[in-house]
Design a protein around this ligand. Structure first.
Ligand code: 5RP
Length: 225
């Protein structure tokens, strides 16, 4: 099974997982990336009734619109029953690294605003310890050097992501060489640096359910309450 087939398979499993929550009055959150894109396709093809979706990026907004799915504003929906999105890495506690697609800030806002966060991917995303994937950090442009120095102090090796402006008009530093043994502590520490909008660690608000396509099966992991 190739990567694309795995994404499709896990997207179908995600719809099965959340279908009981959905009806024509239900708003949902949908993330950004190739796996979230497969979920949008599966959702549209299934003709499952939902009120509409809050998107974590402009790219996802466009995809949703192209599939005839209503765009919703998080300021009017209130708490969302469910948010579906991919990740770059997931550890056994369902802490995540996200932001490979530069949408981490809106993703974190929607995750925080959702009762249930269902994370989807293939089995390559599962790691024992986060940090092999460089940690994305969204930054106000004038603070780039200041924040980079602070990230070095924290033990990382930040690299400016060339040519990327986020949907919020900011830039991204990708932090290499961090073995993230305490994701909550590091998330808090990075988010305290002036000029940081947010980092791509999802540990204060991890996933609730992780679905990973693997060898023809979908593995399901549920976060300990
Ligand atoms: C975007 C993200 C994505 O969820 C993450 O990069 C995974 O993407 P993909 O499903 O393409 O592997 O965090 O900011």
């Amino acid at each position: 099974m190739n990567q694309d087939e795995k994404k499709r398979q896990v997207a179908e499993a995600a719809l099965d997982e959340v279908r009981h929550l959905l009806d024509s009055k239900t708003p949902i959150g949908i993330g950004t990336g190739s796996t979230a894109n497969r979920f949008i396709e599966v959702l549209a093809e299934s003709k499952t009734q939902i009120l509409g979706a809050v998107a974590s990026s402009k790219v996802t907004e466009e995809r949703l619109s192209n599939h005839g799915i209503e765009l919703l504003d998080l300021n009017t929906t209130g708490t969302l029953p469910v948010y579906i999105d991919g990740a770059d890495e997931a550890d056994p506690q369902l802490n995540l690294i996200k932001g490979g697609g530069a949408a981490l800030t809106r993703e974190k806002i929607i995750a925080e605003a959702s009762s249930q966060f269902v994370c989807i991917g293939d089995d390559s995303k599962r790691v024992d310890v986060l940090g092999t994937f460089p940690l994305p950090v969204e930054i106000i442009p004038m603070a780039r050097s200041l924040v980079a120095r602070a990230l070095v102090e924290l033990g990382g090796n930040p690299e400016y992501r060339q040519g990327i402006v986020t949907d919020n008009g900011n830039i991204i530093l990708d932090v290499h060489d961090m073995l993230i043994t305490n994701p909550q502590e590091l998330e808090f520490a990075i988010n305290q640096i002036p000029g940081v909008v947010t980092c791509g660690l999802f540990a204060k608000r991890p996933a609730d359910i992780l679905l990973l396509a693997s060898q023809g099966n979908v593995l399901k992991f549920v976060r300990d309450a």
